[in-house]
Design a protein around this ligand. Structure first.
Ligand SMILES: [Zn+2]
Length: 304
């Protein structure tokens, strides 16, 4: 079954934390064992905010792409989902673009970003993060960047963005937005998770939601288990979200996860748990990877 993951931080581990690739959670071998055909590797702007070195860090992460050990697609997506582990690139934290469309073009030319998480946990030139509770929406550069992203076929990722920014995306983004690695806030009340209204809006716009495996986003009152991941998936499906739902593991970016969900082989375990709950094979294929694949193909087709 084609499986796809919308987010991991492996490039940051390799390039900025100097972790040897074979010591990372996401490795070519584990992707193959987990049946992963498409793994999104984020260029993560890092924990410095706008005072930092995000742009140079982004270039350093790009330079580390060959060390991932899997082919990374920098051209158009193939017609059919890849059958062997293949990478695509995203950006997490728009401060890497330094408020400049020229920087955006530079990364597009070098890396063919498929999605951009407009903020990480800091305010930047684009907007405001989910943590902190700022009520303002996208900044003027954020709106300008969004138009450039729509024209370039890049999906806006709201996973770390504040709610006002999220609603700006719902209203103004031509390409349906996504939340690449966020869970349900009504099941685990943290600002990084999505409200029911946000989930409903992503379903209505035909976007994408990648379930995050971080234990602290799955359950607040006790250590999260595989059942908690299933609970979040059930909840989104109960709202009619089985065609927008997938995985956003956050591997190599998280330090706590449910037993069985600690590396890419966990996708198979989770899919088995869903199968036992009675999910149809068609829905399992959608959740495993086709929903993300279709979202990316749609975005590419929207490119002008
Ligand atoms: Zn993140």
């Amino acid at each position: 079954m084609f499986t796809a993951d919308a987010h991991c931080d492996t490039l940051y581990e390799i390039a900025l934390c100097h972790t040897p690739p074979e010591k990372c959670v996401v490795t070519p071998e584990r992707l193959a064992s987990g049946g992963v055909g498409l793994q999104t590797f984020a260029l993560f702007a890092g924990k410095h905010g706008t005072q930092g070195t995000a742009h140079q860090d982004g270039l350093d992460m790009l330079a580390a792409v060959p060390r991932l050990g899997v082919p990374v697609l920098t051209g158009d997506l193939p017609d059919a989902p890849p059958e062997v582990p293949t990478g695509i690139l995203s950006c997490e934290g728009g401060e890497m673009l330094e408020g400049s469309l020229a920087r955006f073009e530079e990364f597009m030319a070098r890396a063919r970003l498929r999605m951009i998480a407009l903020t990480w946990n800091f305010e930047n030139e684009i907007g405001y993060p989910a943590v902190g509770g700022e009520q303002k929406g996208l900044k003027p550069f954020g709106r300008e960047l969004l138009r450039a992203m729509d024209a370039a076929g890049v999906v806006a990722d709201a996973s770390h963005l504040n709610e006002a920014g999220f609603w700006d995306l719902i209203e103004h983004a031509e390409i349906p937005p996504m939340a690449s690695h966020s869970d349900c806030r009504w099941l685990c009340d943290v600002p990084r998770n999505l409200t029911r209204e946000q989930v409903r809006a992503l379903i209505e716009r035909g976007g994408f939601i990648g379930v995050n495996f971080y234990a602290d986003f799955l359950r607040a009152d006790a250590p999260a288990t595989m059942d908690d991941a299933v609970r979040h998936i059930d909840a989104i499906c109960e709202m009619g979200g089985e065609r927008v739902l997938g995985f956003g593991s956050d591997f190599d970016g998280i330090d706590a996860w449910p037993d069985g969900l600690g590396d890419p082989t966990g996708f198979l375990t989770l899919l088995d748990a869903l199968r036992r709950r009675g999910y149809s094979e068609e829905t399992l294929r959608d959740i495993a990877g086709l929903n993300l694949w279709r979202a990316l193909k749609r975005a590419e087709a929207a490119r002008r």
